[in-house]
Every structure is written in structure tokens, then in C-alpha cells.
Write a protein that binds this ligand. Structure first.
Ligand SMILES: O=C(O)c1ccccc1NCC(=O)[C@H](O)[C@H](O)COP(=O)(O)O
Length: 205
């Protein structure tokens, strides 16, 4: 099966269109005001309105208020929710959209247990754990911590870039890969050449 690609932390229409043109399956919009990639609802509306059919728009939240999440999904064309904080399985499942759950992986993380707990998730996004940082760290975690069999599709994230994504896919065999910092010129600003190089490496497998 072809590995899907999500390009996260999009803040500009031109970067979203570049990702689509290069073959991304999904783009991620960060709704978290402590992130340098945070977007407003108006920015999200503008970006999401330009995304064609068959490319998913993912809304990323970190311990957000339900009223805020509902305001976002009422106004912007979001297809899938990504919960990147400490949201419980019940909270994640309480919205009108499907969701994926991000797990920040460290040596004692029990991914089999997470897959059971978040049984309603469409996938588990595995990101690097870093003390005090919710995500988008650019850190790679030890892919050996991922069990060979997991009850949920794996979206591999954390420090992926053109230099390491082919190796990551070969080793982990994820359903999808997720990249943010590895295709940026600066935080929140994507680099077309880096996106192209990343996509080439994904499909080199
Ligand atoms: O991007 C952020 O600033 C961010 C802040 C808080 C939670 C999540 C955040 N981003 C998540 C992602 O962009 C990706 O899902 C993932 O963490 C990969 O990021 P990177 O290591 O930069 O490729």
C-alpha cells in the first residue's frame, strides 16, 4: 500500500497549494496559540477553501476548550481532528468529525495500551516526547519502540525530513508519515524545494 503524507503546520495558502501539487494527502492546521505555526479561524477558512477534493484538512488541537473546537469545525472545512495533548478517548470521540490521537513516545510508552484505549481513533500519530513541549519539536524518537503489530494505523512523525524519511518508512512501515519542521524555511513557512525532496524520498521506497 502507498504511504500517505501529511504536511503539518501550514499557515499560508501558497504552502498548502504547494503541498497539494507535490502530492500530499493531507495538510495540518495548528490551532494552538503557543505554537509559532498557530493559525486563526480566518486563516484556516482561507486555506481550507482552496484545498481540492480527496486531500484532507486536519485540525490540530492541544487541550483546547470544546467550544473553541466546535467554533473551528463549524466555520472552517476541516475533515479530521488531531488531538496532540492529554485529551481522553471520550473527549476525542465527542465531536462530529473523525479523529487521530497523537502520542508522544518515550521509552516507557505502552503503545499497545494506547491503541486499545483510543479504539475509536482513525490512527495513532507517533511523535517524539520532549519535556514541556507539546509537539513540532523536530526531534526523532527511537523507532524500535514501535511494536511490529499495532491495532491502529500508524502515522509516523517527529523530525522527519528528506534525509531520513525513506529509512523511516523501510523500518516502521507506517500507514502515513507526518512532517512539519523538515520541510520548512522557517517556523510556519514551508519550503517548496524541501517539500519536493521529501515527497521524492517517500516514493523512492
Ligand atoms: O507544530 C507545532 O508547533 C506544534 C505545537 C504543538 C503541538 C503540535 C505541533 N505540531 C505537530 C506537528 O507538526 C506534527 O504532527 C509533528 O509533531 C511533526 O513535527 P516535526 O517534528 O516538526 O516534523
Amino acid at each position: 500500500m502507498r504511504v500517505r503524507v501529511k504536511i503539518c503546520g501550514i499557515t499560508r495558502v501558497e504552502d498548502a497549494l504547494c503541498a497539494v501539487e507535490q502530492g500530499a494527502d493531507a495538510i495540518g492546521l495548528v490551532f494552538y496559540d503557543q505554537s509559532p505555526r498557530n493559525v486563526s479561524i480566518n486563516q484556516a477558512i482561507e486555506i481550507a477553501n482552496r484545498i481540492p477534493a480527496f486531500v484532507s484538512v486536519v485540525g490540530l488541537f492541544v487541550n483546547a476548550e470544546p467550544s473553541f473546537i466546535n467554533e473551528v469545525i463549524t466555520n472552517a472545512k476541516i475533515d479530521l481532528l488531531q488531538f496532540h495533548g492529554d485529551e481522553t478517548p471520550e473527549e476525542c470521540a465527542s465531536y462530529s468529525l473523525p479523529f487521530i490521537k497523537a502520542i508522544r513516545v518515550k521509552s516507557d510508552t505502552n503503545l499497545v495500551q494506547y491503541a486499545k484505549e483510543y479504539s475509536a481513533a482513525k490512527g495513532l500519530l507517533l511523535d517524539a516526547y520532549a519535556e514541556g513541549v507539546a509537539g513540532g519539536t523536530g526531534h526523532v524518537f527511537d523507532w524500535n519502540l514501535i511494536p511490529k503489530q499495532l491495532a491502529k494505523p500508524i502515522i509516523l512523525a517527529g523530525g522527519l525530513k528528506a534525509d531520513n524519511v525513506a529509512q523511516a518508512i523501510q523500518q516502521v512501515m507506517p500507514y502515513a508519515v507526518d512532517v512539519s519542521g523538515g520541510v520548512e524555511a522557517s517556523k510556519g513557512i514551508k519550503d517548496a524545494a524541501k517539500i519536493a525532496a521529501f515527497m521524492r524520498q517517500v516514493y523512492s521506497n
